[in-house]
Write a protein that binds this ligand. Structure first.
Ligand SMILES: [Zn+2]
Length: 142
């Protein structure tokens, strides 16, 4: 599969990461495991999304380190979850319809390891008007 690697500013061919739940459980904290592997949602305002030094940086998948969002696309949505108006590349995330809880939403996952990240909504700011509402626990600064 191809993903965008911002370190070399190029598309890169990488292997998909397929681990079993018990393998993930060994390398993730219980909270990281619950959110990313069991499709959990952290409570609003419950975790702090780290601010990169000099306000320039990239958030990656906590499971596999794939680059997901640029700090420059983060905005304050007031929801209590880190919010971004676009992913670093459409190749690096997977979007799919999620109808759990009887509501149709679009789930966002890591394209390389399938980690559940959050959901995307259509009420974001310009230029995209999208709001990627992401669990801070699913992200790490690269
Ligand atoms: Zn990942």
């Amino acid at each position: 599969m191809k993903i965008y690697n911002p370190k070399i500013d190029k598309l890169e061919e990488v292997e998909k990461i397929n681990k079993t739940n018990s393998e993930w459980q060994k390398i993730l904290t219980p909270d990281q495991y619950k959110i990313t592997r069991l499709h959990g949602t952290e409570s609003a305002f419950s975790s702090i999304c780290p601010v990169p030094p000099k306000e320039k940086g990239i958030y990656g998948c906590v499971c596999c380190g794939t680059a997901l969002f640029n700090f420059g696309t983060k905005f304050e949505s007031g929801t209590g979850w880190p919010s971004f108006f676009e992913p670093i590349s459409p190749l690096n995330v997977i979007k799919k319809e999620d109808s759990s809880f009887g509501i149709i939403r679009t789930e966002v996952s890591c394209a390389r390891c399938n980690a559940h990240l959050g959901h995307v909504f259509n009420d974001g700011p310009p230029p995209t008007h999208k709001r990627y509402c992401i669990n801070a626990i699913a992200l790490k600064l690269l």
